[in-house]
Design a protein around this ligand. Structure first.
Ligand code: 5GP
Ligand code: MN
Length: 339
């Protein structure tokens, strides 16, 4: 984002505006952390700001400051549509294509005449925003929100509440500061956030140490279902709808499971296939280490995308057909996987 755009935005934000802030569908820690951080920041300037999530998110995010103010488009469609239609500004955070807000919300966003501002770190951004702050080298959208506030000259406005929200997204998107996009700058930002009052230990506890017994049992089942293809340095697991039901699945329960497959020695490509009866799809999460791009793999074969080392996708076929497709595609990547 260039200086001229920053001063334009600063100007725009000088007087109170009606502002809608949107994360992607099935929001994760970075999506909710970044939108709520921005919400609290804008509230300092008396903007009429609101976060509208496309749908619900996991319980382990429901302690975030401001959680009780978040509207969910799928549950409050009329109210949310009115707010979007009346907005002066719409911030879209942690995604870069309207369809990632879900089809119905995407339509409403698309037809709105509000000034759009995108802040995002995913690859291949669409061109819908008047102001686009897109940087695929960033650890998280939360780190970018920190930068954004700093660019507006307001780092001293970052209080403990804003710091907490930003901390959450950086922590969750970096796998607790271990993925390659974690830079020294990321750690400097984290240091500043702690100085501003983010309670790192408590935040970690709130996100990661709230497991239910049934979630751990479900993890056990996913581990039992793990398949390894050493010659392709690939490992994958599955969870069927009946297995999810058996262990009383709740939104967010499978978060992070795929990383166990990636933690196997010599494995650089990992996938988890999760059946969703409700959406009539197999939801796919893909992870890799090094150069192998799961973003490209997902775009090419599974209607998805994301980052080089973390992407999502979907299949409209049943589990067996989806797995067959996955297994039959892999050999053409044998060289890439063995580099
Ligand atoms: P996850 O596997 O955790 O759902 O997603 C991994 C990463 O890929 C996240 O950054 C997520 O935002 C992105 N992602 C997940 N699904 C999709 C998708 O269908 N399309 C795109 N473009 N990105 C996705
Ligand atoms: Mn993110």
């Amino acid at each position: 984002m260039i200086n001229a755009q920053i001063s334009e935005l600063k100007n725009l934000l000088k007087t109170p505006k009606d502002i809608v802030i949107v994360p992607h569908r099935n929001p994760d820690g970075d999506a909710m952390g970044s939108t709520l951080a921005l919400y609290h920041y804008l509230k300092l300037y008396n903007h009429n700001a609101i976060v509208i999530a496309p749908n619900d998110y996991p319980d382990f995010l429901k302690w975030l400051p401001g959680d009780d103010t978040v509207l969910k488009f799928e549950m409050q469609q009329d109210e949310c549509t009115t707010l979007i239609n009346n907005a002066d500004l719409i911030f879209t955070l942690d995604f870069n294509a309207f369809h990632r807000a879900g089809n119905q919300m995407a339509e409403v966003l698309e037809s709105s005449t509000a000034i759009k501002i995108m802040i995002d770190h995913h690859q291949q951004p669409d061109d819908y925003a008047k102001y686009t702050y897109s940087d695929i080298s960033m650890s998280s959208t939360c780190e970018m929100v920190y930068n954004f506030i700093e660019m507006l000259g307001d780092d001293d406005k970052i209080n403990a509440i804003i710091a907490t929200c930003i901390y959450v997204g950086i922590m969750t998107d970096t796998g607790s500061f271990r993925f390659p996009a974690t830079t020294s700058r990321t750690h400097q930002v984290i240091g500043n956030l702690i100085d501003k009052g983010a309670d790192n230990s408590q935040i970690h506890n709130n996100i990661y140490d709230t497991n239910s017994y049934s979630r751990l049992q479900l993890l056990g089942r996913a581990m039992q279902n793990l398949k390894v293809m050493p010659e392709l340095r690939t490992a994958y697991m599955t969870l069927s709808q009946s297995e999810l039901d058996e262990f009383n699945y709740k939104k967010g329960d499978t978060e992070g499971f795929v990383n166990y497959a990636l933690s196997l020695k010599d494995i650089i490509f990992a996938a988890i296939f999760i059946e969703s009866q409700q959406d009539q799809i197999i939801k796919i999460s893909l992870r890799s280490k090094g150069e192998f791009s799961v973003n490209e793999f997902s775009r090419a074969h599974f209607n998805g995308g994301g980052h080089t080392n973390a992407a999502g996708g979907r299949s409209d076929d049943d589990m067996a057909t989806t797995l067959n497709k996955f297994i039959s595609i892999l050999p053409q990547y044998k060289q890439d996987l063995n580099q």
